[in-house]
Design a protein around this ligand. Structure first.
Ligand code: CDP
Length: 206
């Protein structure tokens, strides 16, 4: 069973994907980490984020096991990931890695922006997770505070709106719900309620 979870920043898709993976005993890939790690590699090499050749090389050099999540989860990395994620050649370089992860025996859970539309259009379960921007900014601000970052709510909300805009309007694999995805609005759900709703959706599609 392949479970595809897509949605905008801080919608709750990562938590839902992790919990679904534990529930169904499936491996989980947070595909955002691939874009974040690509951006980080460029920054560490002193290259520009929009340098296509360097970005493709960085994407091709990634291994799924070497993510230092602590370094990749910061506020600036989400923004940087969104810049490299808008380069079609970077997306192409990361495609096979994601597809082979998804198509391993027994299935997998992947979360991102284009899993149900581009990476796994054949996924048996597709959930598009949303929440209003203010709720998402609140969640992200709490998460960043928990990481010890100094946060300004207005700036986090601004980041979320900018990222929604860039992710939804890029030419390659924009953030959009697959026609056969089930929408799950988590604006008024706590984690347990959102996870429960996602499990019910997945069970019904199995
Ligand atoms: O948790 P959050 O949604 O903020 O971040 P993420 O899922 O790690 O994604 C960071 C950025 O990577 C997004 O804003 C997208 O631009 C890009 N991304 C993408 O283009 N395609 C994916 N499958 C996953 C992430």
């Amino acid at each position: 069973m392949i479970i595809a979870i897509d949605g905008p920043a801080a919608s709750g898709k990562g938590t839902i994907a992790r919990r679904l993976a534990a529930h169904f005993n499936l491996p989980h890939l947070d595909t955002g980490l691939l874009y974040r790690a690509t951006a980080r590699a460029l920054m560490e090499a002193g290259e520009r984020l929009d340098d296509e050749a360097c970005a493709v090389q960085a994407a091709r050099g990634l291994a799924l096991t070497d993510f230092d999540e602590d370094k990749l989860r910061g506020r600036e990395m989400g923004e940087a990931a969104s810049v490299v994620g808008a380069i079609p050649a970077v997306r192409a370089a990361l495609l096979d890695m994601q597809r082979s992860f998804a198509h391993r025996d027994g299935g997998a859970v992947l979360d991102g922006r284009d899993i149900g539309t581009v990476i796994c259009p054949d996924a048996s379960v597709k959930i598009f997770v949303t929440a209003n921007p203010e709720t998402r900014a609140n969640r992200r601000a709490l998460e960043l505070k928990g990481r010890g970052e100094k946060v300004d709510f207005a700036a986090v909300l601004d980041d979320i709106r900018k990222r929604d805009e860039r992710d939804s309007h890029r030419s390659s694999a924009p953030l959009v719900a697959a026609a056969d995805a089930i929408h799950l609005d988590t604006s008024h759900l706590d984690v347990e309620a959102a996870v429960k709703a996602a499990i019910t959706i997945a069970e019904s599609k199995r």
